[in-house]
Design a protein around this ligand. Structure first.
Ligand SMILES: Cc1ncc(COP(=O)(O)O)c(C=O)c1O
Length: 442
């Protein structure tokens, strides 16, 4: 058995091939076996020993006044566990988070703080509003998680052979993720290459330039399937760059930062509904817009961990939302249902379920037009477990959701940001419903 295959208490596990990766020995990004057997769906997911914690120790205490989720829920993160196992103490870890967070605030105006959760009668839904988060969307959560791990590796001397500081960060993105990555990279004073499409907004490109990111505009070649930004990003990573994106297949660890959304939502929900009748303290359904899938996967896993710790009594049904422009997740769901195989078997036959959308996808919700849903397996499992399903919404519904969503919270949210609400409008199911307004209109 190779070193990576030995179980560590804190580890990354590949959902496809089952490889166990010790993050102290192997960088916790892409599954080391991914290049060997391309037919398998290799995506690393982090495991930490949460059963050793109780809810208060994990950060869910009702009286916990800490506003930074990366401090509050640190004991649930891989970076904290690696730090504790390799010479740092809790105070030193908190200082490291605060130092990076202060730098983020200097770059972007504010550091990471719990974002608001409020019920809006006009929408009949609870809205978690991420528009005021670092860089204007939830994306920075993913990248803060990765950067904290990189900082822990640096401070503890782990991966010294990899000479991490001599390697640039790299990301492929259509906008929000690139901005988030550039803010966190700037805060950590780490060079970054961003691969963006031709139609990225001028405002985004200008801000990326201001943040000192090196910008590479990628054009779709006629007849070539797949996202050209992803292709260019992969070439950069093959050349030594550190994957600093939000696609779980390229950087499994990025998903963990999205758990903070689930932990935060669960803690806020528990606090707001304190005193509600037993068994009633939970959402019935959560509608989440899906591009590459890291957002929904992270959020759902965070909720699942909150339930395991007794903070939630039950898990909400997960409804994922894609557009008529591209719905690879719905396609995978339909094929999985038709095939009648268990998920483990589907994961070993990725090409039968997930492949790049054939035509160039278009939608007003352009942040969720990924050719592939990289976290498809986690999301099929989550929808199956929770009794949800993948929804596909049309452009009129996306527009209507944006109109009512912006009016309700009085903030300009992007169409991608309100796309989960479009799922609510399309489904019209009763119950206590949650959505995330993931990003501001720019
Ligand atoms: C504002 C916003 N919401 C949601 C998403 C979807 O996130 P994911 O790609 O992780 O599914 C994106 C992706 O770019 C986004 O920018």
């Amino acid at each position: 058995m190779g070193a990576d295959a030995q179980r560590a208490a804190v580890e990354m596990v590949c959902g496809g091939c089952g490889l166990h990766v010790d993050p102290a020995r192997t960088l916790p990004f892409r599954c080391p076996s991914a290049a060997r057997d391309a037919g398998i769906d290799h995506v690393l997911a982090r495991r930490v020993p949460i059963d050793e914690l109780d809810a208060d120790a994990a950060g869910f205490g009702a009286a916990d006044a800490e506003r930074n989720p990366f401090v509050r829920f640190r004991r649930l993160t891989l970076a904290w566990h690696v730090a504790m196992a390799h010479g740092l103490d809790d105070d030193a870890y908190v200082a490291l988070v605060r130092e990076l967070d202060d730098a983020v605030a200097r770059v972007d105006g504010s550091g990471f703080r719990a974002t608001p959760l409020a019920h809006h009668d006009a929408l009949g839904a609870w809205v978690k509003d991420e528009t005021g988060n670092v860089s204007g969307s939830h994306k920075a959560r993913h990248l803060m998680g990765v950067m904290l791990a990189l900082r822990v590796f640096e401070v503890t001397g782990l991966h010294a052979d990899a000479e991490l500081r001599s390697r640039p960060l790299a990301i492929a993105s259509c906008g929000n993720a690139a901005l988030a990555a550039a803010v966190v990279a700037r805060a950590a004073e780490w060079p970054i290459d961003v691969y963006i499409p031709l139609d990225a907004s001028e405002a985004v490109v200008r801000r990326l330039g201001d943040l000192g990111a090196r910008i590479h505009v990628c054009q779709r070649e006629a007849g070539a399937a797949g996202d050209p930004c992803v292709t260019a990003f992969r070439a950069a990573v093959s050349g030594g760059a550190i994957p600093f994106g939000v696609q779980g297949s390229e950087s499994g660890l990025c998903v963990e930062g999205g758990h903070t959304l689930g932990w935060e939502l669960a803690a806020q929900f528990a606090a707001q509904l304190a005193g509600a009748a037993a068994g009633d303290a939970g959402l019935d359904a959560i509608y989440v817009q899906v591009g590459g899938g890291a957002l929904a996967a992270g959020l759902y896993r965070g909720l699942r961990e909150a339930r395991a710790l007794g903070v939630l009594r039950r898990l909400p049904r997960l409804y994922t939302v894609q557009t008529e422009g591209a719905w690879p997740l719905r396609r995978a769901w339909d094929r999985w249902r038709e095939a009648g195989v268990d998920l483990a078997a589907a994961l070993r036959d990725r090409g039968s379920f997930m492949w790049p959308w054939e035509t160039e996808p278009r939608s007003i919700a352009h942040g969720i037009l990924d050719d592939e849903t990289y976290e498809w397996a986690t999301l099929l499992d989550a929808m199956d477990e929770s009794g949800g399903e993948p929804l596909v919404v049309d452009e009129d519904t996306l527009r209507e959701a944006n109109r009512v969503g912006c009016a309700a919270i009085g903030i300009a949210v992007s169409h991608t940001g309100t796309a989960g609400l479009a799922g609510v409008l399309a489904k019209r199911a009763p119950g206590r419903i949650g959505v995330v307004f993931t990003g501001a209109e720019r």
